[in-house]
Design a protein around this ligand. Sequence first.
Ligand code: GLN
Length: 252
Amino acid sequence: MSTTLRICHLYPDLLNLYGDRGNILCMKQRLAWRGIDAEITEVPAGAKADFANADLIFIGGGQDFEQEVLLSDLKSGKDKELKAAIQDGKTVLAICGGYQMLGNYYETWDGVRCDFIEAIDFYTVGSRERMIGNFAFRCGEHSGGSVVVGFENHSGKTYLGSGVEPLGRILAGSGNNGEDGGEGVRYRNVFGSYSHGPILPKNPSFCDFLLQTAIQTRHPDFCLEPLDDRFELAAHDAVLRSVLPDSEKSGI
Ligand code: GLN
């Protein structure tokens, strides 16, 4: 494919927990192994974003403090531009705090309310007890169906609006709220998840599904060729076994 995948990294200065930036490195490398270039544009707070000219938008996670700090920048126009890009079918990967930002609001455990961009119908409420640890979920069919492993650490409990599809179903851990078995969100071409780690290096199937979604918006027939994922899958399986000791027996 003679094209370049244009990746917009929103708020790399404020939203980058637990190596979330590694997702950018992973996408770039998996594309390079197939001879595809990636052009990365970082959009820190205060910079102008050009979401319309991106193929994929990445937003990492951040603590409550950073989420409160970025609000004024978000409300200076990026909120509407990002919402419009999502409605247009732009591919987005958003992690934890970045995922929460796409919903209606986040009310922190100590009562601060962050009104977010309302691109997707869900809300998040902080709880005193944090949800922390390695976890695993199975993506819905519509999101590739692979089993994803990662690390979650959040106080926010996210509740999806009726008819809003989660990214997957929890196999071990808490996910959206520790109550309804859902993890993340899948809306149009948005993939939201609580999975840090970063999520993509040890979940190659999910990474390729995301990349392919982004590429196919400009090249509908394009299919990524498979790679030798032995090392990535060994890392994936090691985490999966640690959270789900019976995974080998049950064939997950
Ligand atoms: N501040 C949010 C929470 O605790 C997000 C944290 C994160 O991105 N890990 O819910």
